[in-house]
Design a protein around this ligand. Structure first.
Ligand code: SAM
Ligand code: SF4
Length: 488
């Protein structure tokens, strides 16, 4: 007689699903390792003139080509590196202004069938405590996040048959449906394992914003070494995930690489190749790019001293170069990085950061010591959302919870901010002000209120008198009177 299967924690309300059938017959391997190394080798020792020419191309709103990105990656001279930083700062200021979009990650479950060597959730990591939120716990987590003032989430899932498309869709709907006082989640993005086209259609119908997934390493031999078991071991299945997502109608996708698994310059080129592939095949590039660095994870030796660890200086270069290479994308910097580094890097073109993040399963509603055992890795920035907001506004950055484009059906808003003259002034800046004011009215503490109101006033002073400004001022009054969710 066989033992009856043990019930899984938290999963009882959800049916047990299936992993998608891996089919890579139509998948294209657009990462040409030899070609990437040739670009990196053939562009060594760039001149000052060449670097200036490339930065100018980017400032004129053009995506860079692989040889141009490789040239920037080859800059070692401090003077040239400073020029790259200056170019990235100028691009951010000129095109995107001072807004920073805020979000939080929400971990749904850490059951996983894969063997990713760097991740605390990998299948045979006995140090990790396995948990999946119940519907009720998910509601509690959502309420806790809403009570902190969040409006935008990224929901994160391990790879497991129970986290099938219907489960993902159900959990997304639970979050959208849960309101707390004036609080509501207005945009849910997801970070979940690659699905098949049918699966992507199901999660799209649940109303997700961005579908995000990281390639981890674009270098195939490294990828294979790092992912020895489980469906994730198939390089092509993962590389082609966005092709299937796009086929299913999800045109808002976020790419990324886990920095520290292989040479960071190669990974930067991989991100660019991926961008070019999506542009060429679907006529739309990625909405965001992420570049998480490996952090220490429970029971995971590899994370203590990654072989291709990059220094803070190299990391700054990577971000500034990505800003210049793909000027139309959003760049995401997470709480994996320290407060100091985050503050230093935001001006280089970061457009989104998380704040007040907690990555243990169920740890927003119950912040206990034990949650570390259910966390994927350790965060370096543990400030509350309000502390992040107070510091951002003090430094002149406008925190934004805007979800206007997504809800008005203007998809790919980051691209529109970039491509349409006047878009930022017409939509993004006013919506940032309105959502920030909502935050201050409902959740602000004395410090954030003081610096926040001052910043809003300064922004309004900068705006020339116009019909648009009058409309904004009317809406500001309405928010002060208690109306919510006003946007252009
Ligand atoms: N299970 C899905 C997957 O692997 O794509 C999605 C969720 S996974 C938890 C999200 C991301 O966390 C991974 O893509 C990986 O880049 C990142 N990650 C894993 N271990 C990490 C570590 N030790 N430090 C920093 N990021 C890590
Ligand atoms: Fe599982 Fe994702 Fe962690 Fe890999 S990175 S072990 S797939 S949760």
């Amino acid at each position: 007689m066989t033992d009856a299967p043990k019930p899984m924690t938290g999963i009882s309300e959800f049916r047990r699903g299936k992993l998608p059938k891996i089919d890579t017959a139509d998948a294209e391997n657009f990462i040409n390792e030899k070609e990437i190394w040739n670009f990196i080798e053939s562009t060594k020792n760039p001149t000052k003139e060449r670097i200036q020419e490339i930065i100018e191309k980017s400032l004129n709103k053009n995506r860079l080509n692989p040889d141009e990105m490789a040239t920037l990656l080859n800059c070692e001279d401090p003077e040239l590196i400073e020029q790259i930083y200056e170019g990235a700062r100028t691009l951010k200021e000129r095109i995107y202004g001072n807004r920073i979009v805020l979000f939080a990650p929400l971990y749904i479950g850490n059951e996983c069938v894969n063997g990713c060597k760097y991740c605390g959730f990998r299948k045979n990591n006995t140090a990790a405590e396995r948990r999946t939120l119940t519907m009720d716990e998910l509601r509690q987590e959502t309420i806790a996040l809403e009570n902190d003032g969040h409006k935008r989430l990224i929901m994160v899932y391990g790879e497991h048959p129970m986290y099938d498309p219907q489960f993902i869709a159900d959990t997304v709907k639970v979050v959208y449906d849960q309101k707390s006082k004036n609080g509501e989640i207005r945009r849910v993005n997801i970070n979940a394992a690659p699905l098949d086209v049918e699966g992507f259609k199901i999660v799209k119908d649940a109303g997700i914003g961005t579908y995000q997934i990281f390639m981890e390493s674009y270098h195939e031999p490294t990828y294979k070494e790092m992912h020895p078991t489980g469906p994730k071991s198939d390089y092509l299945w993962r590389l082609s995930a966005f092709d299937r997502a796009m086929e299913a109608g999800i045109d808002d996708v976020g790419i990324g690489a886990l920095i520290g698994l292989y040479d960071w310059r190669f990974e930067a080129m991989g991100l660019l190749y991926h961008t070019i592939h999506l542009e060429q095949k679907f006529n739309v590039g990625p909405h965001t790019i992420s570049f998480p660095r490996i952090e220490s994870a429970i029971g995971t030796e590899l994370t203590e001293d990654p072989k291709y660890k990059i220094t803070d200086d190299e990391f700054k270069r990577l971000v500034a170069i990505l800003r210049l290479a793909v000027p139309y994308t959003g760049l995401i910097l997470t709480c994996r990085e320290s407060v100091e580094l985050r503050n230093e890097m935001i001006p280089f073109g970061i457009s989104q950061i998380d704040g007040g993040s907690s990555i243990g399963i169920g740890s927003y509603s119950k912040r206990d010591e034990e949650s570390y055992k259910r966390s994927q890795f350790v965060l370096a920035d543990s400030r509350s959302l309000d502390e992040v907001i107070a510091e951002l506004s003090e430094a002149g950055f406008m925190p934004s919870f805007c979800t206007g484009c997504y809800r008005k059906g203007r998809t790919g808003e980051h691209f529109m901010e970039f491509a349409i003259p006047g878009f930022v002034k017409k939509f993004c800046q006013p919506n940032a002000i309105l959502t920030f004011l909502e935050y201050l009215e409902d959740y602000g503490k004395p410090e954030s209120i003081k610096s926040g109101l001052k910043l809003i006033e300064k922004e309004l002073e900068k705006m020339p008198e116009s019909e648009q400004k009058t409309k904004l001022e009317e809406r500001i009054e309405k928010v002060k009177q208690g109306e919510r969710d006003l946007y252009f």
